[in-house]
Design a protein around this ligand. Structure first.
Ligand code: DGP
Length: 114
């Protein structure tokens, strides 16, 4: 999608701190980090939100989670633990409508989220 900022980041057409790339996914540092480690993992394919996903996207979604696990190991936060979050839609506080998985860690996180 030409007007999607995460499509642009994935395509290398927009500046970002990319720390992971595969044929299917890209990981980069969140511009507004909420934890010492805050990475966004996106599929290269444009799917706006989890609510739009269907059986065809099963592999894509599984790939995001396993990629997050590998990035957590790469970032050195796997042993202490971390959080994976998909925000979906208005009440989920989704701001960017290209599916992305938040990987948060590097400090003790609290629960419940706000
Ligand atoms: P969400 O609320 O789940 O849609 O989170 C969107 C996240 O994307 C938010 O934490 C800030 C981040 N973000 C927005 N624009 C950019 C950008 O241009 N570059 C980077 N690296 N992160 C961005």
């Amino acid at each position: 999608m030409s007007d999607c900022i995460f499509c642009k980041i994935g395509a290398g057409d927009m500046e970002s701190d990319i720390i992971w790339e595969s044929d299917s996914a890209v990981g980069f540092r969140d511009i507004n980090p909420q934890a010492p480690t805050h990475i966004l993992i996106i599929p290269r394919e444009h799917v706006p939100m989890i609510a739009d996903a269907n059986e065809e996207h099963q592999e894509l979604l599984g790939d995001l989670i396993l990629t997050a696990k590998k990035i957590a190991e790469q970032e050195g936060i796997a042993e202490n633990g971390y959080r994976l979050v998909f925000n979906n839609g208005d009440h989920g506080r989704q701001d960017v409508y290209h599916i992305h998985l938040h990987l948060l860690g590097g400090r003790q996180l609290t629960w419940p989220p706000g």
